[in-house]
Design a protein around this ligand. Structure first.
Ligand SMILES: [Zn+2]
Length: 251
């Protein structure tokens, strides 16, 4: 599980305000609260976790699905008691071109395994898989090399809800393998809320996190097209319209 000072909303590293105990939110969540209630993850996207996710996604190593599914279940279980007792579990969809290329949606496979696990550990929690609820309209480009504004635009309008009636007043648990900048989770959650969802929560296997809010970010992303390199700045990519020049802050 993750430890250290993390944002109570999105799990990202806290800045100085957070570390000093003044705020439990990271700067991005203070400036623009995300459209989801809380995002949880099992661990950081590094080391063996990164290797396991890569093996699963790119080698279709299905024996790993069971173990990774249990880890996703453990992440989801962090929300038990806080999130609603009845939810639709919505895997972040792939665009059909990527689905055809990869052959499967890893988020859906992981969600299936996690639900199987949670039926045993949390039998009261009424979680229903809803794989076709959210659609990816565009094959979003790799975020690597994009400016913050380009990143936000890259995922804007990327999602659509197939049947808004199916999500109206429903509580949604959005699941994916990796949470990087949160831009995708914000876009998907925003789409679901606009379609009438009552609330959206997010659970992922792993999140890429800044080692320190104060230090530049270096992600080693290799061929993983889902993962993007953050700019070497502390503002989240979707935040640029709020981001002030680095310097004295009003706190
Ligand atoms: Zn946050």
């Amino acid at each position: 599980m993750l430890d250290g000072a993390a944002c109570s909303r999105c799990g990202d590293a806290l800045d100085a305000l957070g570390v000093s105990g003044i705020s439990s939110l990271c700067r991005a969540c203070r400036l623009a609260p995300p459209p989801f209630g809380r995002a949880v993850a099992y661990g950081l996207y590094e080391g063996r976790m990164r290797d396991a996710i890569h093996a699963f996604k790119y080698s279709r190593l299905h024996p790993a699905a069971r173990e990774l599914g249990k880890m996703l279940a453990a992440a989801m279980a962090q929300l038990a008691g806080e999130a609603p007792a009845e939810m639709l579990v919505v895997p972040v969809p792939l665009h059909r071109s990527k689905h055809a290329q990869r052959g499967f949606n890893q988020a859906r496979s992981l969600a299936q395994e996690a639900l199987r696990e949670l039926r045993g550990t949390h039998p009261q929690w009424r979680l229903t898989l809803a794989s076709s609820t959210l659609m990816r309209l565009r094959a979003t480009e790799s975020q690597a090399g994009l400016t913050p504004r380009q990143r936000r635009l890259n995922v804007r309008g990327a999602f659509s809800v197939s049947d808004p009636g199916a999500v109206t007043l429903k509580h949604i648990l959005l699941v994916d393998d990796i949470l990087t900048t949160g831009a995708t989770a914000r876009a998907a959650a925003g789409t679901l809320i606009r379609a009438g969802a009552a609330s959206v929560w997010v659970a992922t296997l792993a999140r890429a996190r800044r080692a320190s809010a104060a230090s530049p970010v270096h992600f080693h992303t290799q061929q993983d097209e889902e993962i993007d390199n953050r700019p070497e700045a502390s503002a989240a990519p979707e935040m640029e319209s709020f981001a002030s020049p680095e310097g004295p802050r009003p706190f």
